[in-house]
Design a protein around this ligand. Structure first.
Ligand code: C2E
Ligand code: MG
Ligand code: MG
Ligand code: MG
Length: 268
């Protein structure tokens, strides 16, 4: 039907713009329907990636990273989180992620679990209530959970107040992807966050014996110095080589995360 409709419109002399617009909407609806079904069919899974201490390489936490397991293959969150966010589906998905992450923390006896949280989730008036409920129901220590937030969350009107409530519970927060956004420095100075994750775009160039590689290292050194001066620990994301790990340790990074120490993987 859809194909016939499209063909009709294509052949009917309508403006190309209208046809493209129709196709865009059709595709959007198809993708949205598929994502709805993913939830119903229980196709979402959490993978976990270790975060290690920069000096000892001891595992201190695991970050939960969402995957959509389809018959055709595994879909990256980069390919469906944006749709989940614009459609609002991220709210029920995010609740599932938090519950599932805590369940895994318990079953795998993890020290700590880090969960990515979107701006729209933070905006929900009952976000903190839900978090409190999960902590109470599971009986875990609030210190065993860390929420990873991005700079886009800071545009939320009640962001600072919500963060204060989260901290009052004893749950930590980290600023994710630091440096990839637009308001980084302001955010750092004003926000009650407890850890800063330096974006992979900075760390990926490090360790190359080129001008660009040296500059990347200098930028990361600058970030680490700044964040450390504020009394906060840093996590360098995307560490793939032993040389990068060594350079970032020397730069003063507190924790490291990346394929060198473990790829995101499901338990069991
Ligand atoms: P993120 O939170 O910054 O996560 C880090 C991303 O870098 C992950 O991609 C991870 O697999 C990847 N990564 C880790 N180490 C390395 C490395 O050494 N090299 C390279 N090339 N990549 C590495 P992933 O799993 O595709 O997730 C992408 C983004 O999707 C996340 O970025 C996060 O913003 C979002 N996301 C993932 N899971 C969730 C979730 O449950 N809820 C929400 N709201 N967002 C999520
Ligand atoms: Mg993250
Ligand atoms: Mg990140
Ligand atoms: Mg990211």
């Amino acid at each position: 039907d859809a194909a016939m409709y499209r063909a009709k419109r294509a052949g009917g002399g309508h403006a190309t713009f209208q046809r493209q617009e129709d196709e865009r909407i059709t595709l959007h609806v198809e993708r949205l329907t598929a994502l709805h079904r993913a939830i119903e069919r229980d196709e979402l899974r959490l993978y976990f990636q270790p975060k290690v201490h920069a000096e000892s390489h001891a595992v201190v936490a695991h970050e939960a990273l969402l995957r959509w397991i389809r018959p055709s293959g595994i879909v990256s969150p980069l390919d469906f989180i944006p749709l989940a966010e614009t459609s609002g589906l991220i709210v029920p998905i995010g609740r599932w992620v938090l519950r599932q992450a805590v369940a895994t923390l318990i079953s795998q006896r993890l020290q700590k679990v880090c969960v990515n949280v979107s701006a729209l989730e933070i905006r929900q008036p009952d976000f903190v209530d839900h978090l409190r409920w999960i902590l109470r129901e599971s009986g875990i220590k609030p210190q065993q959970v860390c929420l990873e937030l991005t700079e886009s969350s800071m545009l939320e009107p009640r962001f600072a107040a919500t963060l204060q409530e989260v901290h009052a519970l004893g749950v930590q927060t980290a600023l994710d992807d630091f440096g990839s956004g637009y308001s980084s420095l302001t955010a750092l100075a004003n926000l009650p966050i407890q850890m800063v994750k330096i974006d992979r775009s900075f760390t990926s160039g490090i360790g190359q014996d080129t001008d660009a590689g040296k500059r990347a290292l200098e930028v990361v050194r600058g970030i680490v110095t700044l964040v450390t001066a504020l009394g906060l620990p840093t996590v360098a994301e995307g560490i793939e080589t032993a040389e990068q790990a060594e350079l970032l340790l020397k730069a003063g990074c507190t924790y490291l995360q990346g394929y060198l120490f473990g790829r995101p993987e499901p338990f069991a």
